[in-house]
Each structure stands twice: as structure tokens, then as C-alpha cells.
Design a protein around this ligand. Sequence first.
Ligand SMILES: Cc1cc2nc3c(=O)[nH]c(=O)nc-3n(C[C@H](O)[C@H](O)[C@H](O)COP(=O)(O)O)c2cc1C
Length: 397
Amino acid sequence: MLKGKTVLLGITGSIAAYKIAYLASALHKLHADVHVLMTENATNFINPITFETLTGNKCLVDTFDRNFQFQVEHVSIAKKADVVMIAPASANVIGKIANGLADDMLTTTVMACRCQKLFAPAMNTAMYENPIVQDNIRKLKHYGYEVITPASGYLACGDTGAGKMPEPETLLEYILREVAFEKDLSGKKVLVTAGPTQEAIDPVRCLTNHSSGKMGYAIAKMAMLRGAEVTLVSGPTAIEPPLFVKVLPVTSARDMFEAVTGVSDQQDIIIKAAAVADYRPKQVSEDKVKKNDDQASIELERTDDILKYLGQHKKDGQFLCGFSMETKNMIGNSRAKLEKKNLDMVAANNLKVEGAGFQGDTNVLTLITQDEEVSLPLMSKEDAALKILDKIISLTK
Ligand SMILES: Cc1cc2nc3c(=O)[nH]c(=O)nc-3n(C[C@H](O)[C@H](O)[C@H](O)COP(=O)(O)O)c2cc1C
């Protein structure tokens, strides 16, 4: 995902420094060229050898160390960088960079970088809330540097409050958003629906289906990483929503219809990956439910057909993609759906094929448009999401 990208990690004198070993390793596994810069004080918390082993690159600490690969190391490395993240960022380094001081390898290199700079402050709550530190953070933001709001929680000093560095998994997402993929959906608004809906029978029971939400969440994440402004309307799922995506949680088909139609007019691309329950119990009085409890027979009615509604109200230039899950006659049924609901594409999967459909981490899709049918092999849902987006981009150019 990060082949050909150079990521600089700047580490300062904070107890959270050890967490960056995971981040350096994760970036290296994604094929980024990772260079770690440490302040002298940071080397008291974690040894540079750890990073040299994890990244395969020399860890840079001393500006005047002559045992370097390049002539003027801080300038060469700054020129190569696609993104730089200072994490953990001490109050001291934040203050130095905000005020133009460059007295060590880390601060000098950051000063020489033209790429985006991300800061993850980590410090004791009183330090973080100190008005001078807050002024310095404001100054960094003023100059276009992104400062990641620290989490609140139990801190290494024993206090509880703001100042905790976000977990390295979260920091990785910030880096990916910056440098993963070409931003070929930049300026586009994308709406994705995901997960099942739940139709209440009574306060305890519901009608639902086996959708995990994984396919829709993967599409939302990949569209965001490719630069789109993404809204994810999600039924109840057990998965973490992707960062940097606006999530509208819903429960029933009616909720989903309202959430989707509330924003659908503003969207360039709509991808309906949710498995909306087709039926809901007809509303009956609570009294009747109680009376019938021992021999409950539930009368059903159809839920709203959200995709059909979107097809009927499609804006000029809007691209509408639906999913179809079939057990037989996949192409014929999906083509009929494409026509009947005025869709631009159907991503079809045959539930009888190994590795396709709900729950799992893989899918086997056929992308059906007016003019063609493209059968994709078995792949991860994230790769399938990228293929769906590739196709949409090629058709909307
Ligand atoms: C155990 C320990 C933990 C520390 N944790 C932090 C911290 O999380 N954030 C911070 O700003 N300073 C922290 N400090 C203080 C910094 O290490 C100190 O301000 C140092 O001068 C920072 O140097 P640097 O910014 O060049 O890395 C800590 C100090 C010690 C001894």
C-alpha cells in the first residue's frame, strides 16, 4: 500500500516513545521507506537499534554525525519525505518547532520538509493544558501542520486526563490518509450504506440478516483513503467504523431510508452495500402482542426499497451502485435489477461460491454495468472495494 513512499517518524523524550516501534514496523510491512529521527532525550526511552532493525535504515539522532549516507543528511531526507509524523511530540519539541528553532537533527529536518507534518502531542495533562503549550499548538496549526488531539486516559505519571498519545494503530490511519493511494476521489462526495437492518418485533426480538457490514466498511475506508468525503450509513455491526468517515448509525430500514435520503442529494457517488431487511412486522398494539405471546403469529409488510427510491430520484451525473446477492441466475437477476432500479452498476455475488458474500473477509464479485460484465477473482473485501471504486472512476471520468 505504501510502496515508493517515504515516511519520516520523529520521536521525542516521552514515555510513549516505545509505542512507535509498532508503528515503524507496521509502516515497513506496508512497504514504506521508513526513516526514524530521534532527539537525544528520546534515546533514553528506547534504543535507536530497535528502529534500525525494524526499518532497515539508520536512525538519525545527531546532526553532526558524519557516518551518514548522504552529503547533507537533514536536507536529503527532508526532500525525500512524503509525510512526517512527530510522535510522541514533547512540549519541548512542539515549542521549538512552533518558534522556528532547529537545534538538533529532528527539528532541523522538520524545518526543511515541505511535505505535510503531523504532530501527536503526548504529555502530562497540566503540561498539555499550559497556555504556552496551547499557544504553540495553535501556531503549528496556523502554519498548516496537523496536530492530532491527544486522547484522555490514565497517563504514565499517574494522572488521568488529556495528553495521552493515541494508539499507534490510530497514528497509522493518519499516515495512510495522507499518503496511501492516489487521491483520485478528491472533491467527490461518496455515500455508502452498510450492515444489516433490524426490524423490531417487540422490545426483545427483531428480524434481521447475516450481513457483517465488512464490505460496505471496506468501501467507505478505501474511498476515504482515495480522497473522497465519505458518509457511511450503517446498520448495527460489530466492527469499528473507519476514521475520517462521517458515520450515521441506524437500526431499522425506515431509519436507513431517512438517513440516506437526508443526504443523498449532495452525493456524487452512492454505493448501497447494506443488506436491508425486506420485511418488517406490521405494527400491532402492545396489548395484542401480550395476548398473542404464547402463539405469536407475526404479520409482515415490506420495508422501503431504498435503492429503487434513489434510482427514481437520481441527480444528474450521480453514480448509483447496488449489490446483489444471488443463489441462482446471478447475471440475469442482477441485470434485471440494474434496469428496474435505474442503477449504473451492480456488484453481484453468488452466495454459493466459496469465499463470497456476508461475514467473511473475502468476496468474489461480478461488476455489471450497461455495457459489460467484469468477473473478479476471489480477493479481500478491501481489494474488492478498490476494484469497485476503480470501475466507478473509469465510468465517471
Ligand atoms: C520518565 C519521563 C517521561 C517524560 N514524558 C514526557 C512526555 O510524555 N511529554 C513531554 O513533553 N515531556 C516528557 N518528559 C520530559 C522530557 O523528556 C523533557 O522535557 C526533555 O527535555 C524533552 O526533550 P526532547 O523534546 O528533546 O525530546 C519526560 C521525562 C521523563 C524523565
